[in-house]
Design a protein around this ligand. Structure first.
Ligand code: ADP
Length: 260
């Protein structure tokens, strides 16, 4: 008898409609919350280097400028804060363009050994400062061709190798391994540094997420490096994974389409 109730169908439809609207409202709330948190994070991150630079400059104006030693020290500290600010703004722009899909990827045939070598050259001085060794391993000598956006994939390799050096140990070892299978090149970036505790692993690709806040900031990171890496690889329709063991080291892996 119940099933013949003419109101039952209407009732069901209303129920489905209300449930859908509720989901839409929840999604909007989630987005709003995300936007609010993002804005709070960005303002906080911007404030830090601005306050620091301001502090040094005002102290100089207030008289510290007369002492030559103090002057040089404070000027270089102010400059360092402003360099950090510059890097942060650049990374923010890059990330926001990647997130909104504003950047057009320009895919072509890219030699990953060449990219890696370029990245090693670029990071030579920070590697030397930590006495870290940078090694590339390939199955065969010669170029390793993949389909990629050359500039963006260079950015990915730079961020990952730089992190491996920055967070790695003194005298550490960083190895980039390029392995071939039928269709792909498997890329891994491995270090023998302090590793990342398991409870942090799933979060390191979030923007501004740092395992050790003060330590990472000292090392000049913007906290956006891995978020940028993730987005660039997304645009290459591939995913990055990370494996890490405390006191043993960390390995990041992803694969790219091979080209002949
Ligand atoms: P940051 O600008 O702080 O380096 P990233 O997004 O590049 O930001 O990295 C996020 C955090 O992940 C870092 O602050 C650091 O704590 C951790 N991390 C990244 N790579 C490594 C690594 N190779 N070894 C240990 N910790 C790492």
């Amino acid at each position: 008898i119940k099933n013949n109730n003419p109101f039952k169908k209407l009732n069901d439809e209303i129920f489905v409609y209300v449930a859908r609207k509720q989901r839409e409202i929840d999604e909007l709330k989630r987005l709003e919350q995300f936007r609010r948190e993002f804005l709070a994070d960005v303002s906080h991150e911007l404030k830090t280097p601005i306050f620091a630079a301001q502090g040094f400059i005002h102290t100089l104006i207030d008289g510290a400028v007369d002492d030559e030693k103090v002057r040089d020290k404070f000027l270089s500290k102010a400059a360092k804060s402003l360099d950090g600010l510059d890097a942060l703004v650049k990374d923010l722009v890059a990330l926001s363009q990647l997130e909104t899909g504003e950047v057009k990827m320009s895919f072509g045939r890219v030699d990953l050994t060449h990219v890696t070598q370029e990245v090693f050259d670029q990071l030579e001085s920070i590697a030397q400062a930590k006495k870290a060794s940078l090694t590339i391993r390939t199955t065969q000598p010669g170029p390793v061709w993949v389909k990629a956006d050359s500039q963006r994939i260079t950015q990915v390799m730079t961020n990952l190798v730089e992190n491996a050096v920055k967070y790695g140990n003194e005298n550490g070892r960083v190895v980039v391994n390029l392995e071939e299978d039928k269709k792909h090149i498997l890329v891994s970036i491995r270090d023998n540094g302090p590793g990342i505790p398991p409870e942090h692993l799933s979060r390191i690709f979030e923007r501004f997420y740092r395992v050790e806040k003060s330590r990472s900031k000292d090392r000049g990171g913007t906290g956006l490096g891995l978020a940028i890496v993730k987005h660039i690889l997304n645009a290459h329709k591939t995913k990055i994974t990370v494996m890490s063991k405390v006191d043993k080291g960390t390995t990041f892996r992803f694969k790219l389409d091979r080209m002949e």
